[in-house]
Design a protein around this ligand. Sequence first.
Ligand SMILES: Cc1ncc(COP(=O)(O)O)c(C=O)c1O
Length: 390
Amino acid sequence: MSETIEKFDKHIMHTYGRLPIVIEKGSGDEAVDENSKHYIDFGSGIGTNSLGYCNDKWAEAVCNQVHSVQHTSNYFYTKVQADFAEKLCDLTGYSTVFFGNSGAEANECAIKMARKYSFDKYGKGRHTIVTLVNSFHGRTLATLAATGQEVFHNYFFPFPEGFVATPANDIDALKKLISEDNTICAVMFEFVQGEGGVIPLEQNFVNEIFALCAEKDILTVADEVQTGLGRTGAILTSVRYGVKPDITTLAKGIAGGIPMGACLAGEKCADVLSKGTHGSTFGGNPIACAGGNVVLDTVSADGFCDEINRKGYYLVKKMLDIPEVESVDGMGLMIGVRLKTKKAADILSSAAEKGLLILTAKDKLRFLPPLTITYEDIDKGVEILEELLN
Ligand SMILES: Cc1ncc(COP(=O)(O)O)c(C=O)c1O
């Protein structure tokens, strides 16, 4: 067995089911393991390496930053954080941003912001966050409480109070909940449930969330940790749905593979989190911001998101030509594939043996390739899948 894997087994908590592959380096869409075996990567570190492995411009910006200032506390200013925040707000149409280090932290910030907005305006007691059944919002206690999947709730009771899950796409259930419960301050949702199986929300349901929330000054909170910044073929998936949430959270691909989370606030919430009410030692770290600047420049370049959509259609069409494929869901380069007879988990390991890294979500295959993936590598990846599935 690999020495690296032995060390992992001995010293690192066994919270993940890992494939026995030690990734040593990567370039573009390809990862290389310690035995020099090459893999096309349809997972990109769960959507984090948005520009692929070691993109030249990204690597240069990150290395330059490492050689100037790697970190300073948030008691000081850095130009790179200012530039990144300005770019992010301009691009997304939000007023202000809070930086953390992960999706869970971005969502924690959103939850705190929604509760404080309501407290400031209406006083105590209006604190409930409505989430959706089958959602995923993170692994901290509050974001687990927000996560509408019982399977994640085992062992860790008691959870923070004030979360209630309603079924996705069930307008009547949402209407009933909002009309009967006057403690609600926000509705939080993913436009495409990622960990839940790559399931896009129906447009009517999204419209209804926004209409019902507007009537009662309930905040809309979009968790775009997985779907944001190009993944679904738009800067934000909310644009595809034609809505503007009060709060949007981002993480995963935002800094191209360096830990970062962001909680964006529109006009209503821009100044809700005042001095001393929230913080994060590493939040807005200069290296992450330097990487993030290149991600934003790339994703916002003319035609880049259109190309994501074209590549997504291309990949979906190819998958639909495989007889074992029952259906394909998703948007842009966030794709879930339901198989007719084979188990997604079995395909994960056999694909890796043949040189293709993929993900699963529930019982589906899941693809979150780099946004820069080439058509040639899409072809190569699908060829491997065809061989395994036929
Ligand atoms: C929609 C969504 N929200 C939040 C999270 C949590 O992000 P992190 O693991 O960076 O805390 C994830 C992670 O998969 C996610 O997909």
